[in-house]
Design a protein. Sequence first.
Length: 176
Amino acid sequence: MVKILCVLLLSSSAFAQVPKTSWTLESSILTYNVHFVLKSFKGISRGAKGKGECKSGTCEFIIGVPLKDFDTGDTNRDFHMLEVMKAAQNPMVLVKVTFSEKIKLAAFQADVEIDVAGSKKTYSKLPLTADVKKDGMVAVKGKIPLVLSDIKVEAPSLLTVKIDEAVPVDFEMIWK
């Protein structure tokens, strides 16, 4: 009964009130939704690493997403993506997330900055959801409305037809 009460209290309280101030990314899945005139496909990345800290009223998280982990199931397409993103020179996409400690876990907003090789795009008040698990871990979900030109990446093409500029990224991350 005490465990159930604790989980209920934690799931309705602020992120920082979970009895931790430092967080480590335990696991993640990012899904890139790519659309082309003839078809759509998804790229998956599971290799992100990250840390976060809540103090002085603010939570700040930094996440590194290695480009080499991008997988669509087509090695030729994946290799081309690595070329377009200049992964040899810039192997990581950095993501900074900032939000108030006073948010409620069920749904909250955060400022999210994407940094691709020094080209940055900030999404203010991006809606996210979080759920405290029984073991004290927190699952965070959301969608980044990524547009390639915002991060100075030219959309790749096939037979001179480019993919859509919008490549929304769905994510789910488990923090410990």
